[in-house]
Design a protein around this ligand. Structure first.
Ligand code: ASP
Length: 333
């Protein structure tokens, strides 16, 4: 029988009702009772690591999760992490950079309704995750929800209430779990490279969403306090340069301060192509900027935190940023 480590971090899946709303607090006994019917095909050990609503998840928690896995890596065939859904896509992306080429499944899952409720998606999501964690020839970090297996670098929460809460962005769902059958659509056996763990992150990444009317002085604050900024602009990507709201001069300051800038898009699907319009071309041709292409915002944020700990100059940063990790980036010309 395969040995799987279940790592608990909290979230709705582990929540109980309180007078102040849902809060993670399921008892170990209730958890074991719920697991008994859904893990009959594997041997599960439990590590209670955190007990937080995922709104409170921080990069330091990602480091804790990665260290917990690294320490026990050789003792298990697969890992299942339960987590709140709200920031799960960020955690899935972060773990994809921090645990590369695990050559075994690292799965993250959660639920929209608590495990202790009669009507819940928790049981299915857990069973699917354990089923997938027992698979052979799986290499990577995956988010499993509503029967779908999504690459950790491609997940996004797209519904706040329904059971089909997650989508795979700009990449196919890699597998589907139909009861006890895992149907693979994409080769997920990965490359044969060695397993690498990274625990150093620099969380000084800011995400700025442009809206009509925003003024460029916000970038002064950002570049004084952060080492990288993702500018979620519009469409295929552009930077406003009209009149008193001209962002271009500020990009020059960001370059001088060595603050990394990534132009991304608010549009969920299909990604950026910043040089297509003059509004993007002007910025890209004058300054040292990176663009998102087909990467998700969650993956960009996590990749920047990982690379800020690794690269010292723009050229090496650019090279590493555009080097795909766990299929986070396909289109990059
Ligand atoms: N607020 C919860 C959390 O992210 C929502 C959930 O788990 O579905 O922890």
């Amino acid at each position: 029988m395969k040995r799987i480590l279940l790592i608990l971090t909290g979230g709705t899946i582990a929540s109980v009702e309180t007078e102040q709303g849902l809060r993670p607090g399921i008892s170990e006994e209730e958890l074991r009772e719920s697991l008994s019917g859904i893990t009959d095909f594997c041997q599960v050990e439990i590590l209670s690591l955190l007990n937080v609503d995922s709104t409170n998840i921080q990069p330091e928690h990602w480091q804790m999760i990665v260290q917990a896995i690294e320490k026990r890596f050789d003792c298990y065939d697969g890992f299942v992490i339960t987590h709140g859904t709200d920031t799960m896509a960020y955690t899935a992306a972060a773990l994809s950079y921090m645990i590369q080429n695990p050559h075994k499944p690292v799965v993250i899952t959660g639920a929209q309704k608590p495990l202790v409720k009669t009507v819940t998606d928790a049981r299915k999501n857990l069973r699917d995750s354990f089923r997938f964690a027992c698979e052979e020839n799986v290499n990577g970090v995956f988010l499993i929800f509503n029967g779908e297996v999504i690459l950790g670098t491609r997940a996004r929460k797209v519904r706040s209430k329904s059971f089909n809460a997650f989508d795979s962005i700009n990449y196919p769902i890699v597998a589907f779990i139909d009861n006890d059958r895992v149907i693979r659509y994409v080769d997920i056996s990965g490359d044969s490279g060695p397993t690498s763990f990274y625990s150093h992150l620099v969380p000084k990444v800011f995400l700025l969403k442009l809206v009509p009317g925003i003024t460029p002085d916000i970038l002064d604050y950002i570049s004084d306090h952060y080492e990288a900024v993702v500018i979620e602009s519009y469409g295929v990507g552009g930077i406003p340069f009209a009149d008193e709201r001209n962002f271009l001069e500020k990009l020059e300051c960001l370059n001088r301060k060595k603050c990394i800038v990534v132009i991304a898009t608010q549009v969920m699907l299909e990604g950026s192509d910043v040089e297509l319009y003059e509004v993007g071309f002007r910025a890209m041709s004058r300054y040292h900027l990176l663009q998102a292409y087909d990467m998700t915002t969650e993956a960009i944020v996590a990749k920047l935190m990982w690379l800020l700990g690794k690269c010292n100059d723009f050229e090496s940063f650019q090279k590493e940023f555009y080097t795909p990790v766990s299929c986070d980036l396909l289109r990059c010309e």
